[in-house]
Write a protein that binds this ligand. Structure first.
Ligand SMILES: C[S@@+](CC[C@H](N)C(=O)[O-])C[C@H]1O[C@@H](n2cnc3c(N)ncnc32)[C@H](O)[C@@H]1O
Length: 241
C-alpha cells in the first residue's frame, strides 16, 4: 500500500492499482516540475519543453493520424515543431505551422537552419488574434487531416479562447491537444504559483468539453501515467454530431 499525507489529509492506495500508478505519476510530475525536468529533453538538436512520456505519445498520435498539417501554438526553442516535422518527414508528407507571440531571433535562426525547416512555417503573433487565425486558416487551406497542439499561454482564459478558435480547424476524427493541464497539480510546489491553483488549462478543457459535444477527452494518450497534459487529448467526432 502507498500512503500520502498532505495538508492534514491521508490517502492510502494499492501501489499496484491504477490509483497507485496515478498517485506516483502525479508525485513524479510535482517533483520533476520542481527540478524543471521538462526543460531537459532535446529533439534532433532543439530543446523541447515536454516530459519524455508526452513526447512518446505525440509521436504515436502523429504516426497514427498521418496529418497533412500540424499547428502548434507556443514555439519557444522549436523542439516540438522539429518533433512534428521529423514525424512528417518519415511519413513523407505534410507541414507544421508554428505560432508564437515572440519568436526570438536565435530560435528563429536555429529553426530555419535545421534540416527539417522545409516542413515548418512560422507565424509570429498572439495565437488568439484575428490576424493570426486568418494566417493559420489560409496556410491550412483544404488539408485533409489537421491536428492542433496548444502550448502557449497556459491561463484558463487563453486556453479556452484557443480551444474555441482552433477547434473548428481540426478535421473530423483528428485531435486538438491542450498541453499543461498539470499546472493544476504544481501550484503548491516550492517553484509553483498560488494563482495556478484555480487558473490552469484543465479548467478550460473541462469547460470546452461541456460546450462542445463533438469533442471528447481521449484517455488513451494519458495511459503512461506521467504527463503534463492530463485530459488534454481531445478527439473530434469522425462525423458531425
Ligand atoms: C511552453 S512554451 C512552448 C513550448 C514548445 N511547444 C515545446 O514543446 O518546446 C510557451 C511559448 O508560448 C509563447 N506564448 C505565450 N503567450 C502567447 C500567445 N498569446 N500567443 C502565442 N504564443 C504565446 C511563449 O512566447 C513561449 O515561447
Amino acid at each position: 500500500m502507498l500512503t500520502l499525507q498532505s495538508n492534514g489529509e491521508s490517502i492510502t492506495v494499492d501501489l499496484y492499482s491504477r490509483d497507485g500508478l496515478d498517485m506516483l505519476s502525479n508525485l513524479w510530475v510535482k517533483s520533476a516540475a520542481q527540478h524543471r525536468l521538462m526543460y531537459e529533453p532535446t529533439w534532433l538538436g532543439r530543446p523541447i519543453i515536454q516530459f519524455p512520456t508526452d513526447i512518446v505519445m505525440i509521436q504515436e498520435l502523429l504516426w497514427k493520424l498521418k496529418p497533412d498539417v500540424v499547428v502548434e501554438t507556443g514555439v519557444a526553442h522549436g523542439g516540438s515543431l522539429i518533433l512534428s516535422a521529423s514525424m512528417l518527414e518519415l511519413i513523407g508528407k505534410g507541414k507544421v505551422i508554428g505560432v508564437d507571440i515572440e519568436i526570438r531571433p536565435h530560435n528563429r535562426a536555429a529553426i530555419e537552419a535545421h534540416s527539417l525547416s522545409n516542413r515548418i512555417e512560422l507565424i509570429e503573433g498572439s495565437s488568439v488574434s484575428a490576424e493570426t487565425i486568418k494566417a493559420v486558416r489560409n496556410s491550412i487551406g483544404n488539408a485533409k487531416t489537421v491536428i492542433i497542439f496548444l502550448d502557449s499561454n497556459h491561463s484558463e482564459g487563453h486556453v479556452l479562447s484557443e480551444l474555441e478558435l482552433y477547434s473548428p480547424l481540426v478535421t473530423p476524427g483528428s485531435y486538438i491537444v491542450a498541453h499543461d493541464g498539470a499546472q493544476a497539480w504544481v501550484w503548491d510546489i516550492p517553484n509553483g504559483r498560488p494563482e495556478w491553483k484555480n487558473d490552469h488549462p484543465l479548467n478550460a478543457i473541462h469547460k470546452f468539453i461541456k460546450m462542445n459535444p463533438e469533442f471528447t477527452i481521449d484517455p488513451y494518450w494519458n495511459r503512461l501515467g506521467i504527463t503534463s497534459s492530463p485530459d488534454g487529448f481531445l478527439k473530434k467526432a469522425a462525423i458531425s454530431l
